[in-house]
Design a protein around this ligand. Structure first.
Ligand SMILES: NC(=O)c1ccc[n+]([C@@H]2O[C@H](COP(=O)([O-])OP(=O)(O)OC[C@H]3O[C@@H](n4cnc5c(N)ncnc54)[C@H](OP(=O)(O)O)[C@@H]3O)[C@@H](O)[C@H]2O)c1
Length: 292
């Protein structure tokens, strides 16, 4: 099938446009990242999602240098152990240098880490980076309404993106509605439930009806909800499939049936209320690749 989705973009608050389908890089080992990202770019992805904590920004940077950075939307994230105003500015310089680019398209706070009590200061540093032109848009991941409200109160601004765990069996409808109501774009991470939330009765029925795969139905469901998606795969056929989402449309009944799969116990990642790991290289290495 031809890739028809690669140029579809949506607008973030503030006017920056982002390709609605991106390529996730979590758990791609550093030694394999350049090849995987180059392959994704060759297939047609124009949005790459990485993070300092993934320990693979250099590989993303090498792929961008080889392929060409022009027209590629690049996101990276501030790890917990570098939260705070000054440290955020230093951490950003480290990420920018590893990525080998002048301007980062989207810079995100990776977790609220409420016990650190530093996310408003971190966000203020990001506002400065944005105002100085080093980043085009600023946002957060894993923020709950209480954290978003605090940013609005103390920083005078809401993030334009909240990157949250979202897949059919755990799409956080209340948080989703809160963000969409405030003009905060949802970026669905683990959009396929980390590979564990692809097949289900309503998804299989829609896949059969439209002649597509279950993974394509799940990703299309996200797109029709207005989500940006960042599926990860190291297999070329899946990379292609995950980008090829433009040739069919789910009916309202199919959308509703898939949305009804939501269930509180189906989280595959960590809980933002309690996730306080420091995400340093030592911490990430100690935890291996088994945890998000
Ligand atoms: N902000 C955060 O806190 C946070 C947390 C987690 C993830 N993320 C971001 O979100 C991205 C995606 O999340 P994720 O990697 O956890 O999970 P995901 O994209 O939901 O699922 C990835 C898994 O599904 C498999 N897969 C991919 N496409 C498939 C398809 N079409 N059919 C069947 N299996 C398929 C992949 O295997 P193969 O690679 O073997 O194909 C991989 O094991 C990450 O890479 C990262 O960039 C952010």
């Amino acid at each position: 099938m031809a890739n028809t989705q690669e140029t579809a973009e949506v607008e973030l608050a503030g006017g920056v446009r982002i390709p609605q389908v991106g390529f996730g890089t979590f758990m791609i080992p550093a030694s394999e990242t350049q090849a995987a990202v180059e392959q994704a770019l060759a297939i047609g992805y124009r949005h790459i999602d990485t993070a300092a904590a993934y320990l693979n920004e250099e590989g993303v940077g090498r792929a961008l240098a080889a392929f060409g950075r022009e027209g590629v939307f690049v996101t990276t994230k501030l790890p917990n152990y570098r939260q705070g105003y000054d440290e955020t500015l230093h951490a950003f310089e480290d990420s920018r240098s590893k990525l080998g680019i002048d301007v980062v398209d989207l810079y995100l706070i990776h977790w609220p880490s409420p016990a650190r009590d530093a996310y408003p200061d971190s966000f203020r540093a990001m506002q400065r980076l944005r105002d100085e032109g080093a980043v085009r848009a600023i946002g957060v991941c894993n923020f709950l309404p209480e954290h978003l409200d605090r940013l609005e109160r103390e920083c005078g601004e809401l993030p334009c993106v909240d990157q949250i765990e979202s897949h059919p069996r755990y799409w956080q409808p209340e948080l989703d509605a809160f963000c969409q109501g405030k003009g905060i774009r949802i970026e669905a991470y683990s959009p396929l439930g980390h590979g564990q939330d692809i097949a289900s009765e309503p998804v299989e029925a829609a896949a059969a009806a439209h002649g597509v795969s279950c993974g394509q139905v799940v990703l299309r469901w996200h797109l029709q909800k207005g989500h940006v998606v960042i599926p990860k795969s190291v297999h070329e056929s899946r990379m292609r499939e995950n980008l090829d989402l433009g040739g069919f449309e789910l009916t309202q009944a199919e959308m509703d049936a898939i949305s009804a799969l939501n269930s509180e116990g189906m989280r595959v990642g960590n809980d933002p209320h309690t996730f306080e790991k420091d995400q340093s290289p030592e911490d990430m290495a100690a935890r291996g690749t088994a945890t998000l």
